[in-house]
Write a protein that binds this ligand. Structure first.
Ligand SMILES: Cc1cc2nc3c(=O)[nH]c(=O)nc-3n(C[C@H](O)[C@H](O)[C@H](O)COP(=O)(O)OP(=O)(O)OC[C@H]3O[C@@H](n4cnc5c(N)ncnc54)[C@H](O)[C@@H]3O)c2cc1C
Length: 388
């Protein structure tokens, strides 16, 4: 049976970056992906400025537009336009962006097998056997970066998003419009708040088309299609054609959901590491890969008596990523309860837009904002009581 230091399951940003970092350090890495690469991914493709800063690779060839402003409406009316001097986000098609990351990993020595779905794992004393469509593979460590329906998580008995964490669903279309209409959408995103209470719809410009979508917490998912249609009608599209329409679950981690068991780690969406307010997940996928890589390296370098295990990964996610996501969760509770007030605050108080841009650019964080709110932060905590 072919044997590796590490098997990474899933060739999204979490899996590709982890493979890249481990291979760069000289470890033998096998990356298994169920789709044929490059693969389409249902995603708005917004790489925020703070996410781009985290990426220590040049992905600029995959950028289709750069965002400097946002037009925000409430229930399709009353537009507020926020502008920024510096880039807020980079628009990518995930097929190209993810594939670039995968190719960078291949350059560093990662072995990649696509069209190879992982079905299950078998834990052994000296490692893990991975059962996949194209055979069995052995590794000393396995990283599950296989997205929201993670087979790796399931094989550990973990069902992210049903373990106390809230789930979000989203649908998205790739919409072709004329070049003239496209110009009206250049460098700006459109968002509608309140179209589904507490959630939002978006239009993100790509080079030659728009990615238009809408998200909501799962109990409201029946309204998604109808509200999507209404949002589409407000987007000044002229003649348009929908070239792709898909939907996806975005499971949000419950507080106790395991991130590691024995020699197996979970990263990115497979661990439910998604911003519950914005739905941003690429940033957390990459961040979790950055945290996992040195922990895996230490573990593989250690001798049996060294008492080094992979628990450090879970501890680092808990202490570094989770405070952010917990604070984002509080913000999402406020937004869900008071979408209109949130919109009015944005419209009336310039500081709200400035705060958003500083957050997106990585100049502040959810936890820093939460701290700065003092007593208001506690009121927010009360509002979200019992939900998590
Ligand atoms: C509609 C929508 C819009 C979004 N927009 C944004 C956005 O604008 N910006 C942002 O930051 N985030 C966005 N997200 C979230 C973002 O897409 C995810 O958080 C991100 O893709 C997580 O990366 P990942 O590497 O963890 O998982 P993924 O990107 O999902 O990669 C997982 C990979 O694992 C593979 N896989 C799955 N099962 C198996 C298996 N059994 N065996 C082998 N391979 C397997 C999959 O094919 C996939 O390639 C959006 C999500 C949705 C649904």
């Amino acid at each position: 049976m072919p044997s590796y230091d590490v098997i990474v399951v899933g060739a999204g940003p979490a899996g590709a970056i982890l493979s890249y970092e481990l291979s760069r350090e000289g470890m033998s890495v096998l990356l298994l992906e169920k789709e044929k690469l490059p693969r389409y991914k249902c995603c708005a493709g917004g790489v925020t400025a703070h996410c781009a800063a985290l990426l220590d690779l040049d992905a600029s060839d995959t950028v289709e537009d750069t965002i400097y402003s946002a037009g925000v409406t409430y229930k399709f009316k009353d537009e507020y336009v926020g502008r920024s001097e510096r880039p807020l986000a980079y628009m990518v098609m995930r097929s190209n962006f993810d594939n670039l990351l995968v190719e960078k990993a291949r350059e560093k020595g990662t072995t990649i097998i696509d069209e190879c779905r992982v079905m299950g794992l078998r834990m052994e004393d000296d490692g893990v056997t991975v059962m996949a469509e194209r055979g069995r593979f052995h590794a000393r460590v396995v990283a599950g970066a296989d997205g929201p329906y993670s087979a790796v998580a399931r094989s550990l008995g973990i069902r992210v998003g049903t373990d106390g964490g809230p789930s979000t669903a989203a649908i998205e279309a790739e919409v072709a419009i004329s070049a003239a209409e496209m110009e009206k959408h250049r460098a700006t995103v459109s968002l509608d708040l309140g179209c589904i209470p507490g959630d939002y719809a978006w239009t993100f410009p790509k080079r030659e088309h728009l990615s238009i979508g809408i998200g909501c917490s799962s109990p409201q998912s029946k309204k998604l299609k109808r509200q999507f249609g209404k949002f589409l009608a407000t987007q000044r599209l002229g003649d348009y054609a929908i070239t792709k329409f898909s939907g996806h679950l975005m499971p949000i981690r419950g507080v106790k959901s395991p991130l590691q068991q024995g020699r197996v780690l979970l990263l990115g969406d497979a661990a439910g590491l998604i911003d519950p307010l914005s739905g941003e997940g690429i940033y957390y996928a990459i961040w979790s890969a950055h945290l996992a890589a040195p922990v895996i390296r230490n573990f593989l370098d250690s001798s049996p008596g060294d008492d080094i295990d992979l628990r450090d990964y879970a501890l680092r996610v808990e202490s570094e990523i989770m405070p952010e996501l917990e604070a984002a969760y509080l913000a999402s509770r406020i937004f869900k309860r008071f979408p209109f007030l949130t919109f009015k605050a944005l419209q009336k108080d310039e500081r709200v837009w400035r705060g958003c841009t500083r957050l997106i650019c990585g100049e502040t964080s959810y936890s820093a904002i939460r701290k700065s709110l003092g007593g208001w932060g506690k009121i927010a905590a009360l509002l979200s009581r019992g939900k998590r």
